[in-house]
Design a binder for this molecule. Structure first.
Ligand SMILES: Cc1cc2nc3c(=O)[nH]c(=O)nc-3n(C[C@H](O)[C@H](O)[C@H](O)COP(=O)(O)OP(=O)(O)OC[C@H]3O[C@@H](n4cnc5c(N)ncnc54)[C@H](O)[C@@H]3O)c2cc1C
Length: 387
């Protein structure tokens, strides 16, 4: 069997169509929304209507019946056109996957069509102030009540809550309040009584904001539980591979945009009677970025293909490697693009300095580079766990 290291014709056509949509809006649209406190609602709605947000949701629930590689391609192309949409990582990828795998039939029919069309957006919250990377330490707790459950706890750095109709909350149940995490997942409407949130002032240039969430004895109906309260960690892990594949593609889109800007500038700018791109000190770092981006894209596509084939463990290794490589690639690409532009690299007009904090995000969230390296050290190399 021969393996072609290219994507299918359908995937390539999808990329082209999404790139056209992204270009119609352009980077200025995204930055203007960030500057003026607006959202990317028009782009999100149009991407939903055209079937791009729901491309990986099964057809019977209003989606395109594709896989996570298709959704990752959408995310990458929009980011490469200037609109890196963090909520694509969260709503259709993490929450969509978990509902599709573990939701009841009724939940799937009720929730997935809106998610696929982009008419309802769901946030995802696991991070807590005192737990951080160690999810086993989360203390947000769901107590049984007559009508369902009551939820108490705090989450932090949660994206897009102001745009979401509900948040998928990772909690503990009262009888599993200590010890190893046995997560129970609840879809909590953002207008629930006792649920408040506060924006965190971030340095990232993006219309998508981050929040600290407070759940104070929030009443949630029994049918807000997604999956089983006894299913354990597997149903949470189901969302992690898509999350990492999407986070990699989110980073790679921005990396491509930065590199494209840098290459263009290096061809035009002359200070010693020749384009600065003729100096190897400028050309080689850009060539390195091209290689890093292509390698990370290949690993992202491998992770998506393994995940689509149901090979969860090998997909996890590839997804962690892809996420790590893409995070490094975008940090390097933005840094090198700024260096290529000299002083202009720090002028807002050239659009690079605005990418700096966003590119650093890819080394931190949704899983940090250190935790991705821990995964490879333990599972790929068999090294002892240090924590
Ligand atoms: C813009 C943004 C959006 C986010 N959106 C969401 C969201 O929608 N939902 C959500 O649930 N969370 C979200 N997060 C949170 C994100 O997932 C966490 O920030 C991330 O997991 C790291 O956790 P922490 O910030 O608590 O860092 P910490 O856990 O405090 O870690 C700090 C540093 O120590 C390192 N470290 C920690 N433990 C180890 C170890 N064992 N070995 C080696 N190094 C270690 C980390 O890698 C990191 O560099 C978001 C964060 C940001 C910045």
């Amino acid at each position: 069997m021969s393996i072609a290291f290219t994507e299918s014709e359908e995937r390539i056509a999808l990329r082209k169509a999404v790139a056209d949509l992204g270009t119609k809006y352009g980077r200025d649209y995204f930055e203007e929304a960030a500057r003026t406190g607006k959202k990317t609602t028009e782009l999100w709605s149009e991407a939903g209507k055209l079937g791009y947000l729901g491309v990986a949701i099964p057809e019977e629930f209003g989606g395109g019946g594709g896989d996570i590689g298709d959704l990752a391609a959408v995310c990458e192309e929009l980011a490469a056109a200037g609109s890196p949409l963090l909520l694509m990582v969260v709503s259709p990828a993490i929450v969509g996957t978990i509902i599709n795998l573990y939701g009841t039939d009724d939940q799937k029919h009720r929730l997935l069509p809106g998610l696929a069309e982009g008419t309802s957006t769901f946030a995802f919250s696991i991070t807590e102030p005192d737990a951080g990377s160690n999810s086993h330490k989360i203390i947000t707790t769901a107590y049984r009540s007559e009508d369902g459950w009551r939820l108490t706890g705090t989450k932090t750095y949660i994206s897009g809550v102001d745009e979401a109709s509900a948040v998928l909350v990772v909690a503990r149940t009262e009888d599993a309040r200590t010890g190893k995490l046995k997560p129970a997942l609840f879809l909590v409407p953002t207008d629930s009584e006792g649920f408040t949130y506060q924006e965190i002032d971030m340095g990232i240039v993006s219309p998508e904001k981050q929040f600290t969430l407070f759940f104070d004895d929030v009443l949630i109906p029994a049918d807000a539980l997604i999956g089983s309260e006894d299913a354990g960690i597997d149903q949470l892990f189901a969302g992690l591979n898509p999350e990492r594949i999407m986070a990699a593609s989110f980073a790679l889109g921005t990396a491509r945009l930065a590199l494209a800007k840098a290459s263009e500038y290096a061809k035009q700018r002359e200070v010693w009677d020749a384009p600065i791109g003729s100096h190897q000190a400028i050309a080689h770092p850009l060539a390195q970025s091209y290689i890093e981006i292509e390698m990370a894209r290949l690993m992202t596509q491998k992770a998506a293909a393994l995940y689509a084939a149901g090979d969860v463990m090998r997909a996890a290794e590839a997804a962690n490697m892809a996420k790590y490589a893409a995070g490094e690639a975008v940090c390097n690409a933005v840094d090198r693009a700024i260096q290529t532009h000299g002083g202009n690299g720090l002028a807002t007009e050239y659009g690079l300095v605005q990418m700096l904090a966003g590119s650093r995000l890819s080394r931190i969230a949704p899983v940090s580079r250190e935790m991705a390296l821990n995964f490879v050290a333990q599972f790929s190399l068999g090294l002892p766990k240090s924590y």
